[in-house]
Ligand binder design. Structure first.
Ligand code: HEC
Ligand code: HEC
Ligand code: HEC
Ligand code: HEC
Ligand code: HEC
Length: 224
């Protein structure tokens, strides 16, 4: 009996050693769990949260911008006399050239057969679409604020293809409003168009805040 006692006492390493053996699998268990939660959080969750939609017709900005008849962006996205912005182009702006088939792409065939021939407007999906409670004015920013389209929209105007439209299944917002980075990191001015992004620039630029002076400015600058 005393012999056994002595061996246990004489082997001071046995305690910690045994714990280290149990500790290995536990550490591994935590690392695997941690890795799994990262995958769920960064890969699977965003896939579930956003539905992906293709535009009804793809549109190649670069191809059209190279044509002599098209001078600049305002050939399609222009300001009306009353200062309102035309936004996404109407079919009538395409028909001048597209009253016949001009290329051999499958994409143009869809465009021609489904929309031109049937005289149906293309239901474009709007990446920057704000919820109805938000008031936004292009004249204030582009004409008075002298801002470039790129500041808010990025480089769509130079692209050869329209991006996939992603819609948040819960808020129904376009993904471009809250941004593509799940951690909420924005490196470019066009990565996001959330309330805080609008407000931050307004504070920086000293935009008239209405009668209420708060960090976000008077709510009624952007909400009517
Ligand atoms: C010949 C017509 C045409 C011209 C010229 C044109 N665009 Fe477009 N643009 C389109 C069409 C069609 C769409 C697809 C509709 C949409 O996604 O809103 C579009 C979409 C866009 C969008 C996406 C808006 C959103 O939130 O959905 C931006 C931004 C844009 N154009 C910027 C530009 C810029 C900048 C230029 C000039 C460099 C330009 N466009 C020139 C036809 C044109
Ligand atoms: C100034 C004339 C002109 C206008 C305006 C114009 N297009 Fe085009 N478009 C062309 C020409 C020319 C081609 C063929 C170019 C080629 O294949 O080299 C073309 C090609 C296309 C194609 C097929 C090419 C591809 O990449 O899929 C689509 C789709 C298209 N246009 C859509 C539109 C839409 C939508 C509008 C209106 C918002 C529009 N175009 C306005 C001249 C025009
Ligand atoms: C200060 C940021 C800002 C700038 C600068 C800006 N836009 Fe926009 N744009 C927006 C926002 C926000 C919306 C969505 C508005 C809404 O949903 O009421 C929008 C919407 C659009 C749309 C879609 C409109 C629709 O619903 O049919 C087009 C096309 C567009 N912008 C093109 C342009 C072009 C071209 C320029 C440069 C001449 C430009 N924008 C400059 C922020 C901006
Ligand atoms: C990059 C800077 C910037 C961003 C981003 C921006 N704004 Fe602005 N905004 C301005 C400036 C500058 C003005 C004032 C232009 C002027 O009148 O000279 C303005 C003016 C306005 C006005 C008109 C205010 C008035 O008194 O008439 C509204 C409405 C507005 N912005 C809404 C928005 C919304 C909504 C967003 C986000 C979707 C937004 N803005 C994003 C800079 C910005
Ligand atoms: C500079 C422009 C701006 C100002 C000022 C502003 N908002 Fe917003 N607000 C937005 C935009 C853009 C959105 C939509 C994008 C988002 O959810 O961030 C929004 C969204 C909201 C929503 C969510 C609505 C929905 O349908 O999801 C609420 C609530 C709201 N704002 C309240 C306020 C209040 C209260 C104030 C005043 C303290 C205020 N806002 C000031 C631009 C503004």
């Amino acid at each position: 009996m005393s012999n056994v006692d002595q061996t246990t006492k004489m082997d001071p390493a046995s305690g910690p050693d045994a714990r280290a053996e149990v500790g290995g699998p536990i550490l591994l268990f935590f690392l695997v769990g941690f890795a799994l939660s990262l995958i769920v959080g960064w890969v699977i969750f965003p896939k579930l949260l956003y539905s992906h939609k293709k535009q009804p017709v793809d549109y190649n900005h670069q191809l059209h911008m190279e044509m002599d008849e098209i001078e600049d962006c305002s050939s399609c996205h222009y300001f009306r006399e009353d200062g309102s912005f035309s936004g996404a182009p109407k079919l009538a702006q395409c028909i001048d050239c597209h009253d016949e088939i001009l290329s051999d792409t499958e994409n143009e065939l869809v465009f021609y057969e489904q929309y031109v021939q049937k005289e149906r407007e293309i239901p474009w999906l709007i990446y920057s679409k704000q919820p109805p409670c938000v008031y936004f004015s292009h004249v204030a920013h582009v004409k008075m604020g002298k801002m470039d389209c790129v500041t808010c929209h990025g480089h769509i105007g130079e692209s050869t293809s329209l991006p996939v439209y992603q819609q948040n299944r819960i808020s129904l917002y376009s993904r471009d409003i809250w941004g593509h980075n799940i951690a909420g990191i924005a490196t470019n001015t066009w990565d996001r168009m959330k309330m805080d992004d609008c407000a931050r620039c307004h504070v920086r630029e000293g935009v008239r805040q209405g009668s209420v002076q708060t960090l976000k400015g008077g709510c009624f600058v952007c909400h009517h």
